[in-house]
Design a protein around this ligand. Structure first.
Ligand SMILES: NC(=O)c1ccc[n+]([C@@H]2O[C@H](COP(=O)([O-])OP(=O)(O)OC[C@H]3O[C@@H](n4cnc5c(N)ncnc54)[C@H](OP(=O)(O)O)[C@@H]3O)[C@@H](O)[C@H]2O)c1
Length: 227
């Protein structure tokens, strides 16, 4: 399957090779591919410039957001939460129409330092904002509650015995995303219902950040134990 990942940061750089290993064709989308390849500093949480990373991952294609959207049958949003709506606008409604978009973003606001606050919460969420802005897109919120390195390697934490959430309005899209996530190694999936389930998934971030601080590692996740 052709998979488009919007984003060039640590999440996209972790997802792209992990997905390509499953024999999918992957294109990463960015604002301006030429400018990205000239960038001299690595993205937050990465060691290499994008050009160096790209040379080491020649199997991953690169294009503008719109090219990645046109290329893909399945899309993943891994852009900065505050810029996700703008990135998707640049991808073009006509290129996104009818497609499944896994939204892995978090609406984090670092403008006042660490820890970040949430740009939207309680009665709304970024997942819902994306769904409202692009009604023809089948938005499935998932992967946002785990660290980038865990997304495609769940077994790297506790042997994979932990939970991943998803939510969205379209049952068929959620079934397809669940199949995709299982192929990545996720065994324990919990469907939280319609896209308003994004609220809890995004408001979990303050707890996730505290857990990171308390445990001293981002390689962590929760396991939901059923009664
Ligand atoms: N870090 C983690 O482990 C983790 C885990 C779960 C979820 N998340 C979430 O995943 C998302 C990606 O995180 P990240 O750290 O990999 O990357 P990031 O630094 O949050 O975002 C980088 C991406 O955002 C795009 N972007 C920034 N400003 C933009 C603008 N004004 N217009 C359009 N696009 C813009 C960049 O485009 P260019 O390529 O053009 O620069 C780049 O592709 C975030 O929402 C984050 O909260 C992160």
């Amino acid at each position: 399957m052709n998979i488009g990942i919007f984003g060039t940061g640590v999440v996209a750089q972790s997802l792209a090779p992990g997905i390509a290993r499953l024999r999918h064709s992957v294109m990463i989308g960015t604002r301006n591919p030429a400018e990205l390849m000239e960038r001299g500093t690595p993205a937050q949480g990465t060691q290499k410039t994008f050009a160096e990373w790209s040379r080491a991952h020649s199997e991953i294609k690169l294009g503008a957001f719109a090219e990645a959207a046109r290329f893909a049958e399945l899309l993943i949003n891994a852009t900065s939460g505050g810029a996700s709506l703008e990135a998707l606008k640049q991808a073009g409604e006509e290129n996104l129409r009818g497609k499944i978009l896994i939204d892995a973003s978090n609406p984090l606001d670092f403008s006042k330092g660490f820890p970040p606050t949430l740009l939207v919460k309680d009665t709304d969420s970024l997942g819902e904002q994306i769904q409202r802005a692009f009604p023809s897109v089948k938005v499935v919120k998932s992967l946002n509650t785990v660290n980038a390195a865990v997304m495609t390697a769940p077994k790297s934490v506790g042997g994979g015995e932990h939970t991943l959430f998803l939510c969205g309005n379209d049952a068929e899209a959620k079934a397809k995303v669940s199949e995709f996530l299982r192929a990545l190694g996720w065994a324990d999936l919990i469907d939280l219902g319609d896209i308003s389930g994004s609220r809890g998934m995004e408001m979990y971030l303050p707890l996730w950040l505290r857990l990171w601080g308390a445990l001293g590692t981002p390689m962590l996740n929760v396991k939901v134990v059923r009664g």
